[in-house]
Design a protein around this ligand. Structure first.
Ligand SMILES: [Zn+2]
Length: 429
């Protein structure tokens, strides 16, 4: 078992002492340098970082949200003078302005470090060829994996997203051992290999590091089968650092280890904001305690997951987070039933002969919302009407609501080159 940094196996008491010290430093930084968040801390009765007596006091601190980043766009929440910021990234704002992430030189060092930890934990070793198909640019995926792989000492192929047929060729020619991509794009690359008649067994692929969108165990099985690799789940978001907030260990692959010496995780009830105990599902909240350029306190991610504090067989002492069930913004409420696209994905992939590409269409033809699953058969020689009926039956059985299925021809569901668009909302605003 390879461990990048002994911080991953610190005894809990030592880890918690370090977390407390860093939390105090983070609160002090915000009070000193980030006026809008400092005002909120003072309003909550925290005028001095020394009032943080224990980690339990984290719960006394007010939340920050994406709306705060939007309200102070682009640089209003910086914890350092702008000229100490050596890099900015931004998340794709689906509506309006993007959320800006900023890094000092030290922040970039932390990011590289946690990426190297995640990739080592996933089984990446020095000398491996890393085919990095995450998008390079304002999106943190491309550069995040790039830096982590370089720090470990891998051979990085910075191919970025797109030109999918070319990806297949270079994956074969350069002998890629590790594929970094969104899960939906990995499937797209798998299809490009099939089109070129490249059998995955002819490749040197061993590992896939997949993240940046919610996906299911069923999808993991599908990708592993089609690409002949071990698929590892990675998690992160630009507001906290980018990819590298947590990742699965190769030994266990059950939950992602959070780098708790840098990111303090919590789960809250998304309605009341109350902290929930380990094991309960709710909204993930992170406090990136070592962040200098953008020191956010209790940032609400909008991602729905649970924390697991039980010891892991890999030996790491850090808490693990479950797969993301969905983003709060992506939750569909169809005739009173709450549904995440990942649940449809799980049910759909449980039905034989369905290809792993899909999109959900939400419409309101009259007064009621209607959900339609657009998907494809996995082969051309199937009884399509029978397959459609099986899918509709299974979706109804497992969700309790009627979901229409529209089986498109093969290759007709839009393919992703980065983050997949799972929901197309055609309801009148
Ligand atoms: Zn583990």
């Amino acid at each position: 078992m390879a461990i990048w940094n002994p911080a991953e196996i610190l005894p809990r008491e030592q880890l918690e002492a370090l977390q407390l010290e860093r939390l105090r430093a983070c609160v002090a930084r915000v009070l000193r340098a980030v006026a809008p968040l400092a005002a909120r801390l003072r309003a909550a009765g925290i005028a001095d970082a020394r009032e943080i007596g224990s980690l339990a006091d984290l719960r006394r601190l007010p939340f920050t949200t994406k709306a705060d980043l939007r309200d102070h766009y682009p640089f209003g929440l910086l914890g350092v003078p702008r000229d100490q910021v050596v890099r900015v990234h931004a998340s794709s704002g689906t509506r309006g302005k993007p959320s800006v992430a900023a890094y000092t030189r030290n922040d970039l060092g932390v990011w590289n470090e946690v990426m190297a930890r995640c990739m080592t934990m996933a089984g990446v070793r020095p000398g491996m060829v890393v085919h990095n198909a995450y998008g390079y640019g304002l999106f943190t995926g491309g550069l995040g994996f790039h830096q982590g792989a370089e720090l470990i000492g891998c051979t990085v192929v910075p191919i970025s997203g797109g030109f999918t047929q070319r990806q297949a060729m270079l994956l074969r020619d350069f002998g890629g051992n590790v594929l970094c991509a969104t899960p939906s794009y990995a499937l797209n690359i798998a299809e490009a290999l099939e089109r070129d008649s490249i059998d995955p067994r002819m490749l040197k692929l061993e590992l896939g590091l997949f993240g940046a969108e919610p996906w299911t165990e069923q999808m993991r099985g599908e990708i592993e089968r089609r690409l002949g690799l071990t698929a590892i789940n990675m998690y992160g978001l630009s507001e906290i650092v980018g990819p590298g907030v947590s990742g699965e260990c190769r030994e266990v692959r059950s939950g992602s280890h959070v780098h708790e010496d840098h990111f303090l995780p919590e789960i809250i009830d998304p309605e009341t904001g109350d902290a929930l105990p380990p094991g309960r599902e709710g909204e993930l909240v992170f406090t990136p305690v070592t962040k200098e350029a953008l020191p956010l306190i209790r940032y609400r991610t909008g991602d729905i997951a649970a924390l697991d504090a039980t010891p892991c067989a890999c030996g790491r002492t850090t808490v693990r987070m479950s797969r993301i069930r969905g983003r709060r913004d992506d939750m569909l409420i169809i005739r009173g039933v709450n549904l995440y696209p990942s649940e449809i994905e799980r049910i759909m992939l449980g039905v034989a002969d369905v290809a792993p590409h899909y999109q959900l269409l939400v419409e309101r033809p009259a007064s009621l919302d209607q959900l339609t699953l657009l998907c494809e058969p996995s082969r051309d020689d199937l009884d399509r009407e029978h397959l459609r009926a099986r899918l509709e039956h299974e979706l109804h059985q497992q969700t309790g609501i009627s979901i229409a299925v529209r089986l498109l021809d093969r290759d007709q569901v839009a393919r992703s080159e980065g983050k997949a668009v799972r929901v197309v909302d055609r309801r009148p605003r």
